[in-house]
Design a protein around this ligand. Structure first.
Ligand code: B12
Length: 446
């Protein structure tokens, strides 16, 4: 039996993580851990949201070290990869940030493999010594080989297992208590746990989708309604008081929703509310009926902008009328909204920024708000915005490799693709600060 440590790299010194850092367990690593444990491997999870870099390095002792990271943790990724390599481990990097940057990551010789997309069976194969497997990128004779990608098939995998070495749910709940004091919010729950029962966003089909989105999945898949039901019940058993359904879009498939609702009625409700991500176009009187049975008490809505031209120019087919209609429906049903906005979108002007604040007010008058999220566009690798920026050779040279600077990316993008001018990023930061007069603004840039 091989020992495998799955580690999320902690945020680098001096970088400000999202305000929710430490509130949610790394579900990607839990999925990998579940699959490896199910196949009798010895797995430990070390979550850099709660364990600091020195301690992580001290704990390294596995045959295989699997690492995930994001734009704010590339220094610690390098430090852990180097230490793991020195201790003789095979070093594998994977996850959403790694997938579009596999070639760049493999220029670091402390990294042996990059796994793109779903990591479960590829990592398991590596643990069994099958190194040339699907989804894997590696170096061979000074070349980088990228094997074909098999996209994940959700129903075929074992149920998620949170009883993994290194996962302590109370740590995340303690952090939640601490952070909710720092941002304006209307959260009623205190012990959220996350699930991910559907993969992919309908907007991302056929090479379409929002300009800022860097989700790597372009296909759609769901766990069966019964599997989702069992997972919700399981999370209640772990002590959760709300389920945070992180799937990209949860309400698009009416047939699935009807089956899930029927099952809920037949077997009984699991007892706690659920918050989901949804497209405003998928909220209508029928889905509201389903949502009431399922106990969805809040919906994260990607509103992004209050200006229709900006929406269209950024890949969003939603209209203002239909967004407001959705807010009305939620309001009448007593379901809260958690709207999310992005400033600095392609074509943004000072006036369209004001349109966004205006629609935020309108939505708030029509339904109760649980929490509003404001982000400034960051062109993450894999997004359309990144592709646009990379059309310019100076930008390709400047933003090369995998150690990207999010503020630099924002500044360069806003200067080139909005009408806010050279100081556009500063303008947006000041405008947000003036509106909210607080230090921390909750973000969700997706
Ligand atoms: C929930 C979520 C969060 C939560 C919780 C994060 C957490 N602790 O888990 C919060 C709100 C805190 C958050 C924060 C951020 N997030 Co976020 N988040 C998500 C979201 C919606 C779901 C993630 C999830 O749970 N997925 C379910 C699991 C099962 O899937 P998975 O993580 O992809 O894992 C699979 C594979 O990727 C792979 N894999 C994952 N890890 C590893 C590791 C190894 C070794 C291997 C081999 C494979 C592998 O196998 C897994 C099983 O299939 C995604 C969108 C999405 N569709 O994934 C964005 C997303 C991952 N987030 C994103 C971003 C940008 C961020 C922030 C940087 C935002 C910011 N500006 O601060 C911060 C980072 C802070 C941090 N410390 O992580 C981007 C990533 C883009 C990128 N290229 O890096 C995404 C894709 C959304 C987007 N904008 O397009 N996020």
């Amino acid at each position: 039996m091989k020992k495998i440590q799955l580690i999320s790299a902690p945020v680098d010194k001096g970088k400000i993580p999202l305000y929710e850092d430490g509130v949610f367990a790394p579900l990607g690593l839990i999925w990998l851990g579940t699959y490896l444990k199910h196949n009798n491997e010895d797995v430990e999870i070390i979550d850099g949201q709660h364990v600091n870099l020195d301690k992580i390095i001290f704990k390294l002792d596995a045959d295989i070290v699997g690492l995930s990271f994001n734009i704010f943790s590339t220094e610690s990724l390098d430090r852990i990869a180097e230490a793991a390599k020195n201790k003789g481990s095979t070093v594998v990097v994977g996850g959403q940030a790694a997938t579009p940057l596999s070639k760049e990551l493999l220029t670091n010789h402390n990294i042996d493999y990059v796994i793109r997309h779903d990591g479960r069976s590829a990592l398991y194969n590596i643990s069994r010594g099958i190194l040339d497997t699907h989804n894997v990128s590696y170096r061979k004779d000074n070349k980088i080989i990228e094997n074909e990608v098999l996209l994940s098939y959700l129903p075929g995998f074992p149920p998620v297992d949170w009883h993994l070495d290194g996962i302590i749910t109370a740590d995340y709940w303690d952090k939640f208590q601490e952070i909710i004091k720092s941002v304006p919010n209307n959260h009623k729950h205190r012990r959220p746990l996350s699930s991910f029962t559907k993969r992919g966003c309908p907007m991302r089909q056929n090479d379409k989708g929002c300009s800022f989105c860097s989700r790597v999945d372009t296909n759609l898949g769901s766990r069966a309604p019964k599997q989702a039901y069992d997972e919700f019940q399981y999370l209640v058993g772990l002590g959760a008081d709300r389920i945070e359904e992180f799937s990209d879009s949860w309400l698009y498939d009416k047939k699935w929703l009807r089956e899930f609702t029927d099952l809920t009625k037949k077997k009984g409700h699991w007892g706690i509310p659920v918050r989901v991500y949804a497209d405003t176009r998928h909220i209508d009187p029928k889905t509201i009926e389903y949502m009431k049975v399922i106990g969805i008490d809040s919906v994260i809505l990607g509103i992004e902008s209050g200006n229709e031209e900006i929406l269209q120019g950024n890949g969003k087919p939603n209209t203002i009328k239909q967004i407001l209609n959705c807010a009305d429906l939620l309001g009448k049903a007593g379901i809260k909204a958690s709207p999310s906005y992005v400033l600095g979108l392609i074509g943004e002007t000072e006036a369209t920024v004001e349109d966004t604040f205006k629609i935020a007010g309108e939505i708030g008058r029509r339904c109760e708000i649980e929490m509003s999220y404001y982000s400034i566009m960051t062109p993450f690798p894999g997004s359309k915005a990144w592709g646009l920026l990379m059309e310019d050779s100076t930008m390709r040279m400047k933003h090369s490799g995998y150690k990207l600077d999010s503020e630099d990316l924002q500044r360069d993008f806003i200067e080139r693709f909005t009408k806010l001018g050279q100081d556009g990023l500063d303008y947006l930061n000041h405008r947000l600060a003036r509106r909210f007069k607080i230090n921390t603004i909750a973000q969700r840039d997706y």
